[in-house]
Design a protein around this ligand. Structure first.
Ligand SMILES: Cc1cc2nc3c(=O)[nH]c(=O)nc-3n(C[C@H](O)[C@H](O)[C@H](O)COP(=O)(O)OP(=O)(O)OC[C@H]3O[C@@H](n4cnc5c(N)ncnc54)[C@H](O)[C@@H]3O)c2cc1C
Length: 342
């Protein structure tokens, strides 16, 4: 039995783990490590400190399936729709450009429910707060080092974090990359954004009717959503939560600043947009240093094999594009490489 480590419990890691299990069944032991305290990655759903309001999706908001992807990934879409984890987006979104031949879906239980579904299907041994710092080749295995605790040995490793974070790893990865591979990885560029979640008490009613709105006349704020309305879910008396995403330009300008210093600037701009907004019970701020990929790895099949034996494969949206289908494409591509090597 091969022992495979997937680094990252985001969408790419979870789909990769799930498909690996379905393909190889009991021939693999799948282990997933993530440095965060929970799963989701950039599809994370944040719980409020006070449980009387709804959770908030701080990263990805909804899933847009083009006709081509709806067809090529139809089994995964059917699985999510039939289990009630995906539903068509029906709520009004101001400024959302309707794309011909594509459909939008929301997640009634939050975006992380999709990631959690694939992780649970994978039967993987899941560990949080395991921050990988280095990979060392030891004969036919990989020794994987982390910030706290003993390093462990694996027969194969899949890295699914954004490429700039892969390039920060210590050990043998850097030396094993060819000059061309290194150049391709170094060319990857991500946008940065800040996200705010504002949690309100159950008696709060907003004075506007939209579920989400793209903002075009503010330098700081690009998008605002009322989670309760966007998800079209029965929220069982929970208070609404509001999500705010900043613009790429604002993110680039402030990325090196502490999120606690940036939060008041975003709130000030939000009050200009929504002067009647009631006082929230609590606020969470998230800095996405690596938000969405602007320049992906050129001419990539969806993954990069750093070494065939013992297998070391890089995957994630850096190798495709930043959305649900980009992650699925990358996971499928990494799976093909792994199956050939294992
Ligand atoms: C603000 C925002 C809005 C977005 N909107 C949408 C949208 O509406 N629709 C859509 O489809 N997509 C959207 N996206 C893009 C989408 O969220 C991403 O493409 C997708 O979540 C990427 O998944 P991933 O698994 O490849 O990477 P990630 O989700 O980043 O997962 C990588 C995981 O690796 C972990 N990790 C990193 N380094 C280490 C380490 N050294 N050791 C251990 N673990 C590590 C991280 O904690 C993370 O959980 C949005 C993204 C953002 C940030």
């Amino acid at each position: 039995m091969s022992r495979v480590l997937i680094v990252g419990a985001g969408l790419t890691g979870s789909v990769c783990a799930c498909l690996l299990r379905r393909e190889l069944q009991s021939k693999v032991q799948i282990v997933v490590w993530d440095k965060a305290r929970g799963s989701g990655g950039r599809m994370s759903t944040s719980r409020p400190p006070d449980p009387s309001s709804l959770s908030a999706d701080l990263g990805a908001q909804y899933i847009t399936a083009t006709a081509a992807y709806a067809k090529s990934h139809s089994s995964l879409y059917s699985e999510l729709l039939s289990s009630g984890l995906l539903q068509p987006l029906v709520a009004p979104v101001e400024g959302l450009k309707d794309k011909v031949d594509s459909e939008n879906f929301v997640t009634p239980h939050g975006m992380s429910s999709v990631v959690k579904h694939f992780l649970s299907q994978s039967g993987a041994d899941l560990f949080f707060e395991r921050h990988v710092t280095g990979l060392y080749r030891r004969g036919a295995s990989w020794e994987v080092e982390r910030t706290a605790g003993a390093s462990e040995m694996f027969d194969a490793v899949v890295l699914t974090m954004p490429v700039p974070q892969i390039l920060q790893l210590q050990g043998d990865v850097g030396q094993l990359l060819s000059v061309q591979q290194r150049e391709l990885l170094q060319d990857v560029v991500y946008s940065s954004r800040f996200a705010l979640a504002l949690f309100f008490s159950p008696d709060v009613v907003f004075s506007f009717s939209w579920a989400a709105r793209y903002v075009s006349d503010n330098d700081c704020i690009r998008y605002v959503a009322v989670e309760t309305r966007k998800r079209n879910a029965d929220c069982l008396g929970l208070g609404p939560s509001l999500v705010v995403h900043t613009s790429v330009q604002f993110g680039a300008q402030h990325v090196e600043r502490d999120k606690d210093d940036v939060q008041p600037i975003i709130l000030q701009e939000l009050h200009k947009l929504l002067p009647d907004l009631p006082q929230p019970m609590s606020i969470k701020c998230q800095k996405w240093r690596y938000s969405q990929v602007l320049t992906a790895v050129r001419d990539s099949p969806g993954h990069m094999t750093v070494l065939e034996q013992p297998p070391l494969v890089c995957a994630g949206d850096s190798f495709t594009h930043s959305n649900f289908d980009g992650c699925v494409e990358s996971a499928l591509s990494a799976l093909r490489a792994l199956k050939a090597s294992l």
